[in-house]
Structure formats: C-alpha cells, structure tokens
Design a protein around this ligand. Sequence first.
Ligand code: PDD
Length: 294
Amino acid sequence: MSKLLYLNGEYIAEDQARVSVMDRGFLFGDGVYEVIPAYAGLPFRLEEHLQRLNQSLAAIHMASPLDNAQWSEILHRLLQQRGSEDQQIYLQITRGAYGKRLHAIPEEVQPTIMAMASPINRRDPQLVKQGMSVITLEDIRWQRCDIKAITLLANILAQNQAREEGAHEAILVRDGLANEGTASNLFMVRDGLIITPPKSTHLLPGITRDLVLELAADAGLPYAEASISVEELENADELWITSSTKEVMPVTCLNGKPVANGHPGPMWEKMDALYSACKERLRLRTQAGNHCHE
Ligand code: PDD
C-alpha cells in the first residue's frame, strides 16, 4: 500500500496526492522547504529546523501556517508509518494556487503545505572511508542563499557539473571565497583549528553546521567562523562537508588533487564520532545530551 503524505490538512496516499498547476510553487518556485532527519522515529533537531523554516517564511513574506506543536504532530504521524526506521522528512510550503499567473504577491492566497517521510539516504560506508571528491565552481546563485527556497536550479546545474567531472559535490565560490556546497556546508581544518564560513546571505545556515560547532565547543576542539579563500582550501589539512543527510563527510579530493595526504583526517574522525554519539543518544531516547533533544 502506498505511504501517506500530509497535504493541506489531510493524509493522502502518495500516489493520490494532487496540487494545482496554478500553484505558485509550480509556476514560480515560490516556496520554501526543510529536510529533517529522524532516527528511531524521532525528528533530529526539530526545533532548530522549524525555527529556520519560520525564518525562510518570514523572508518571503509568508505567515507560518502551522505552529510547532502542529508540525510535531504531523511529523510524528508520518514517521509512525515506518516505525523506528531511520527516515528523512521533506516538508514544503508554497504560496499556493491563485487564479492567474501574477508576479506580484496576491493578497488572498492559501498556502500549499506538504510533508512526507521516506527512508533516509544512507551514507555509503565505502565513500565515508575513502572521502568525497569535490570541485570548485563559481557561485551563480542569487543573493539570498540564507533562505531555504525550493528554487534550486543553480544548485542543480552545479551538482550536475560536478557529477559530469567525476566529483560528488561542487563547492561554490563567490568573490574568491568558498561559501558552501550545492546541498551542504563547508568546513576546513588548518593547524588543528576547525574553520567554517560565518553565516551570511551567501550560504544556508545549516542545522548540521551549527551542531558541529556546538559539538566542537563541548569537546574543547578549537574552532572559528572565518571566510575561506580558494587558496586556503587548496592548503587545508582537512576538508569536510555537512548536511542533515550526509552528516559530516570527509573530502579527500579537491579539483582532482588530494587534500593533504588524500585520506580522511584525525579531526574528522573525532567529529564523526561525536556526531554519531549525539545521534545514538537520541536513538536511546536518553536525556544525556542537551543538543540532541527532539
Ligand atoms: N540541503 N547548504 C545548502 C545549499 C543546502 O541545500 C543544505 C541542505 C545545507 C546543509 O543544511 P542542513 O545541515 O540543515 O541539512 C547547506 C538539504 C539536505 C537538501 O536540500 O536536500
């Protein structure tokens, strides 16, 4: 039987769910989204994801259609369908369907709200062991990359170019500075210091990024939020990329050349272990870690 997804207040079989071709998400990409991992049936860092969702909505002049308790109820109901399996939730809110195609934001329009749960795209253990390969590309996206907008054409083209060149991800560069990946944040290790670019309108404020910084602080690992030039990338001791689905992945190849000795580094090993422990605490439903609450 087809799984149920949430659409505008109803739970509908995935293959039966329908939205209007007049939906502004379809016509304009006028909407925002979130991807939330869930372990043992519990959403990971839910509050942080919902806070970022509300920030994205505010930035595109939309009111939050649901409160956190309503979201939580919907997500738990969707997750229940696969029991305690690890899953990922995709949720999307568009400005909704209006009678005609109109660039200006209509006053009277009901948002389209959709959420669905699916098995998490597991990290390939072989890739974790060998590390990812990335290329640098000019960032051709807009000036509000802090909004988690569904409009992802520039990210798609960059990811596609990376794949065509035999790499897994592209690091996007603007004015000589490396900001983030097409669907991930960027970290560098240099002389024992963990560095990630500061939050700005040029990158998405990643939930995993913030957690990595919190875990570093808790473990007493030195870190800094500082811009990273392409030259610094080339001379890094370690590079990582992070996201809710990739977690913390080592990068061992940059533009066809090895990063340091070409193997995942010791700082990555430490951070990956801290991250796994954090997930495990959620899985065991203990209150041990205050960063790992639902
Ligand atoms: N993408 N930067 C971009 C451009 C992203 O699309 C993502 C995540 C991140 C990492 O954010 P987080 O740690 O909150 O997942 C950074 C999701 C996973 C996606 O689009 O599928």
